[in-house]
Design a protein around this ligand. Structure first.
Ligand SMILES: Nc1nc2c(ncn2[C@@H]2O[C@H](COP(=O)(O)OP(=O)(O)OP(=O)(O)O)[C@@H](O)[C@H]2O)c(=O)[nH]1
Ligand SMILES: [Mg+2]
Length: 453
């Protein structure tokens, strides 16, 4: 169900959580991915643009900084997605209930009735169905067969062509049931005929709920359809079917929310058990692969220790990347347990890490241990002027001896430090001047090649 969108949303939150800088390039790429994925899921373009505009403004605004900014953006993304998914509405059964199901041809009304019948019967209600689709000849029999399979009482009259008469015929018997489900006829479009028929049925049967049934694959047509039904038929909730068979469900879901026909159930297959209740919060949690907003925000904090992160960020923003900053990076790297996280944290370098084989990454972790030990033996003076080490090789020998490493380790350490330093400086320039994606990629490739593991 909406797998692609789900993957992009997960990736987006990861990117935000892992980034050191939320620079223009990163924000642009996040926004672009989001836009593409939401539009592919058939979410209305203007909703998508509104959502991404807000994210961009918040991300590039100067008002909030550092880790708070990331929290702010994640929260904003979460809240905006919830708002386009609409209000949550739980259906509570009363003593006596009548549900009327309306919708265009083939949207899944009859199938959904059997699912709802089974859902409430399992929860102890006495449920029956009545077939008032008098237009499609096979309709009454279809409803009856579905109900028979579930041992649900079904009232039909295949000869009668007036739905009002069918209702009146069974009126007294229906009183024995807690929940009466009414199947109505569909049309190709919401015609005057159909509206009149639904209104007549509605006046007679006084439904406690009127559900619009709409298939997820209607895509962009969803809004017009939902709006037309909402305006003419007193819709109290919507049921989106065929959620299992399309990637475009975003259209139907958000359209119902937009016209204030809150989605209450989802059809996720052809069988009677393929029904889910819908709640925007838990639906979004599933898409994001996270329990709730709190879990999402914790994800940001779990990536790096807050104080260290802020210190590093400040150092980087000022273009100061000392051996101490490097050592701190190495610390958080070992805490995170993998070297590729560090690469992922450097904007633009995320794609390089995919090119490095796992064994080499593990080897790298060994090296990192040596480097950390070595940095401890480096004096303050040397940290501030690393070139001293290159000038006087005796210093290198001293450090190697003191930390139980080799001078080759120290050389490698210096080389990596210098390279990252250079990379970060160019990143800061890019952040300021806003170089385009192409140049970024070129840079990433350049450094990716240079990094010899
Ligand atoms: N995959 C999938 N198929 C569904 C779902 N709900 C309904 N269908 C299928 O959609 C088709 C139409 O379903 P119906 O229940 O007959 O639709 P309807 O709205 O009653 O159609 P009319 O009575 O002709 O207006 C059937 O083949 C169903 O099996 C669903 O959630 N998932
Ligand atoms: Mg039907």
């Amino acid at each position: 169900m909406l797998e692609k969108l789900s993957n992009v949303l997960k990736k987006t939150t990861d990117k935000i959580a892992n980034a050191i800088f939320l620079d223009k390039n990163l924000v642009d790429s996040i926004v672009k991915d989001l836009q593409r994925a939401l539009i592919e899921a058939d979410v209305n373009v203007s909703l998508v643009l509104e959502l991404t505009k807000k994210i961009k403004q918040a991300a590039l605004g100067e008002r909030i900084k550092g880790i708070e900014k990331k929290e702010h953006i994640i929260k904003l993304l979460h809240d905006e997605l919830i708002s386009i998914l609409g209000q949550s509405r739980e259906i509570k059964l009363q003593k006596k209930n009548t549900f009327l199901f309306v919708g265009l041809y083939g949207q899944g009304k009859t199938t959904t009735i059997s699912k709802i019948a089974s859902y409430y019967a399992k929860r102890g209600s006495k449920v029956c169905a009545i077939g008032l689709d008098v237009h499609r000849p096979a309709a009454p029999e279809q409803l009856k067969q579905l109900c028979d399979k579930l041992n649900i009482k079904c009232f039909i009259n295949k000869e009668e062509k007036n739905p009002i008469k069918i209702w009146n015929q069974y009126r007294d018997e229906l009183k024995d049931y807690d929940l009466v489900l009414i199947d109505s006829a569909g049309r190709d479009a919401l015609s005057k005929d159909l509206i009149k028929e639904i209104k007549d049925i509605s006046k007679l049967t006084k439904p406690t709920e009127t559900f619009l049934v709409m298939a997820a694959d209607v895509g962009q047509a969803a809004k017009k359809q939902a709006q037309a039904f909402k305006e003419s038929c007193n819709i109290t909730g919507a049921i989106i079917t065929r959620m299992d068979s399309t990637a475009k469900a975003g259209g139907a879901l958000t359209a119902c929310a937009e016209v204030r026909a809150p989605v209450v159930f989802l059809g996720v297959g052809e069988k009677s058990a393929d029904l889910e209740t819908f709640d925007p919060e838990s639906f979004l949690s599933r898409l994001l692969g996270m329990g709730d907003l709190k879990a999402l925000i914790e994800k940001i904090h779990s990536v790096v220790d807050k104080d260290k992160m802020e210190k590093t960020q400040k150092a980087l923003e000022e273009g100061k990347f000392t051996l101490d900053t490097f050592s701190e990076q190495l610390d958080s790297m070992s805490e995170m347990g993998s070297f590729d996280k560090l690469l992922g944290m450097v904007p633009g370098l995320g794609n390089v890490k995919d090119k490095i084989p796992q064994e080499q990454l593990e080897l790298q972790q060994e090296k990192v241990k040596h480097w950390k030990a070595a940095i401890k033996s480096i004096t303050k003076e040397e940290k501030e002027n690393p070139e001293l080490l290159e000038k006087e090789t005796s210093r290198m020998a001293r450090i190697a001896k003191g930390s139980g490493t080799h001078t080759s380790d120290i050389r490698m350490l210096l080389k990596q430090y210098k390279m990252l330093n250079e990379l970060i400086k160019s990143q800061s320039t890019i952040a300021e001047k806003g170089l385009d994606q192409k140049t970024m990629m070129k840079l990433a490739r350049k450094f990716g090649r240079k990094m010899k593991f």
